[in-house]
Design a protein around this ligand. Structure first.
Ligand code: 13P
Length: 372
């Protein structure tokens, strides 16, 4: 039940000057550790699904586990598709249960970034789904391995462009480039806090930092003091798991899989709990649950006389319909000795359900609406 709207929880974070953690959950071990740490710290949390998981074979089990966790957790959770690069990915993300999406067109021209972000915002908002977009470019540190310096590739966010971009696209939060890099840098990143202050003065939507790995505790605190409400964090978690295995291997060179991996959860939970307390999201779960709307998918059942036909599914807003409708199931049911044709449709949200209320005069009064 405690799945919440990203824009609600970020506004709460903004008002109370803390940041919520958004952690990539591309493995069962990390998903489990994030959930345990969030429950222990009573912290709201964002579970980030990286775009590649949508097309990776065998990811269905993990995606189902992420959704089930969001449903059953006792802390507020948002499931966000991270770094989606196309409208098709966004649609796929909504259909697998994400209730927030991050569109990343930061490698494209400003105009293309604007257009794609605007298209995603229109579609996602119609499904009540929050949108994050990146302006400027936050590079990936992989280049470090090949001897290049990835900080050279940073395209810093312009405060003036940020204002226009946020206002005209209608996004719910903005990922800014102010010196961080995705992944591990050799040195410590240098943050342009003066730029962050100007962006914060110009932009009303909450600000997001990508590339949380490698920043010092002091830098994290400064980011939050300068208006950051969400911090994306990933690489360090894999590093910690790797370190944990290496330490066990040094102690137990002949150790088997359970022994070599036995300390990973403990080490991850320790680190994650530290971050949740450092960022101030620890202890906020109850307030967020009280003050933020619970996000609900929506199921409706339309019943027609058996001889009627549903209208063909074509619709001018095809992409939107594709995202909004999570599933359709048709069946024949017998009621009071009459046969009815019955369609059960699961929509991404109530708003989406209302938007696509079936336009069919033949639908009888037997229409039923059920909320998850
Ligand atoms: P790090 O891997 O540097 O923590 O960044 C993660 C991230 O920003 C995911 O969106």
């Amino acid at each position: 039940m405690p799945r919440v709207y990203l824009n609600d929880v970020l506004k709460h974070a903004q008002q109370h000057a803390y940041a919520i953690g958004a952690f990539n959950v591309a493995s069962f071990a990390i998903l489990d550790a994030v959930l345990v740490a969030a429950e222990q710290c009573r912290a709201p949390v964002v579970l980030n699904i990286p775009e590649y998981l949508l097309s990776q074979p065998n990811s269905a089990g993990l995606l189902a586990a992420i959704n089930a966790s969001a449903q059953h957790a006792h802390v507020p959770i948002t499931v966000c598709l991270d770094h989606a690069t196309t409208l098709e990915s966004v649609i796929a993300g909504i259909r697998i249960g994400c209730n927030a999406v991050m569109i990343d067109a930061s490698t494209q021209t400003l105009d293309k970034n604007f257009r794609l972000t605007r298209a995603v915002t229109e579609l996602a908002h119609a499904c009540d789904i929050s949108v994050e977009s990146e302006l400027g470019y936050i590079p990936w540190a992989n280049a470090e391995q090949s001897g290049e310096t990835s900080t050279d590739a940073i395209a810093y966010t312009s405060p003036a462009e940020a204002k226009a971009f946020a206002e005209r696209t209608g996004i719910d939060c903005l990922a800014v480039s102010i010196g961080t890099v995705h992944g591990l840098l050799k040195g410590s990143p240098k943050l342009d806090l003066a730029r962050l202050t100007k962006i914060h003065d110009n932009v009303t939507v909450p600000l997001v930092i990508h590339g949380g790995t490698g920043l010092s505790d002091e830098q994290h605190k400064k980011l939050i003091a300068h208006g950051v409400a969400k911090i994306n964090y990933h690489t360090a978690l894999n590093e910690i798991a790797g370190h944990s295995i290496r330490t066990q291997l040094a102690k137990h060179p002949d150790g088997d899989y359970p022994l070599l991996t036995s300390t990973i959860q403990h080490d991850l939970i320790n680190h994650l709990s530290h971050l949740m307390r450092l960022w101030g999201s620890g202890g906020r779960a109850a307030e967020v649950l009280q003050q933020c709307r619970p996000w609900k998918t929506f199921t409706r059942i339309d019943v027609l006389p058996a001889e009627s036909k549903y209208p063909p599914p074509e619709n001018p807003a095809d992409a939107l319909r594709q995202a909004a409708i999570l599933s359709n199931q048709d069946m024949l049911v017998k009621q009071q000795n009459q046969l009815h044709q019955c369609r059960i449709t699961r929509y991404a949200s109530r708003k989406a359900g209302e938007l696509f209320a079936t336009q069919n005069a033949a639908i009888t009064e037997l229409r039923i609406e059920i909320e998850d």
